[in-house]
Design a protein around this ligand. Sequence first.
Ligand SMILES: CSC[C@@H](O)[C@@H](O)C(=O)COP(=O)(O)O
Length: 381
Amino acid sequence: MADQYARYGDGTRPAEIPAIRWDEPPEGPVLVLLDQTRLPAEEIELVCTDAPALVEAIRNLAVRGAPLLGIAGAYGVALAAARGFDVEEAATSLEGARPTAVNLAVGVGRARAAHRAVLARGGSEEQAAEAALAEARALHREDAEASTRMAAHGLALLDELLPGGGHRVLTHCNTGALVSGGEGTAFAVALAAHRKGRLRRLWVDETRPLLQGARLTAYEAARNEMAYTLLTDNAAGSLFAAGEVDAVLVGADRIAADGSVANKVGTYPLAVLARYHHVPFIVVAPVTTLDPGTPDGASIEVEQRAGHEVTEIVAPQVPMAGVEVGGGIPVAPLGTQAYNPAFDVTPPELVTAIVTEEGVVSPVTAEALAELCDRSRQVTI
Ligand SMILES: CSC[C@@H](O)[C@@H](O)C(=O)COP(=O)(O)O
């Protein structure tokens, strides 16, 4: 079950609300999400008391973004265990809630493995539930640490590639604290540049159709007092042509073994533009987003979403939960068919560098990525 929990702020100066938190009120453990479908107009927490509620929140994008999906998935398993539900069933439904971000399956898998391991050695259900929660908390903490390290590596790379400073960075979708245990991925790099006085401008793609850039990245840029400008996705070409972009920084939902990058739809055209205009195209992602099990871009499953997200403008206040017609403002004739992939895939040859917490891969090759994966596994073990 999900319920609205609390209402904060007036939408102009947001309060500090974490994107996700575990809580233990007297009625029993809950997973509390900042409902991202309501931002920036309202800051409302959504309380999940079971896995089906979390699955719905994931599908609606109340909780979203690859690293946060992993954290949410792990807590979802812990929630099912703590409330005495069928953990295996919960894990299966959670990992299938959205197909593209590999972090979701990784997070679910980690908490499920911790739960199974306790039961396998004869531990109680209660001990298994505690182990699942400990694993979720560990993933949450690790993601925060990874975020700090990605920001440092990413800023060093930007400074190296653009020695003049005064970076003008274009970003797409939302990759900040709303998707992370820390300050995010690509956005964290821009934020680090801002704090060092080296960010001249953050260009924010609005990110049609669900406006993660306009609603969420602009919200995060504003609260961090960054110099930012919002543009429609299709204005990016003229911005490059005017010589106004020094680098592109984006996140990733899954990086295949060959270095192909799945990210929010609209990322691939930016990579093509960046190549044409000789601008570095940098992907920032934690190692949990690297998926050695997926050989190449063609093997990545791209989520297809409902057509009404395109045929209607969805106001942030309008819940998008499981309805055929979204209740937004129609912008196309009734019955219009829409093509609405949530992600696209950028081939490795268009990616200047992949920045992770374990270091930078550039040029992007299957060998370099495999080496980084091995290194990070050694560090984790
Ligand atoms: C660090 S976030 C990287 C990606 O998850 C992000 O760019 C993105 O595409 C999110 O898509 P969303 O559909 O909003 O979950």
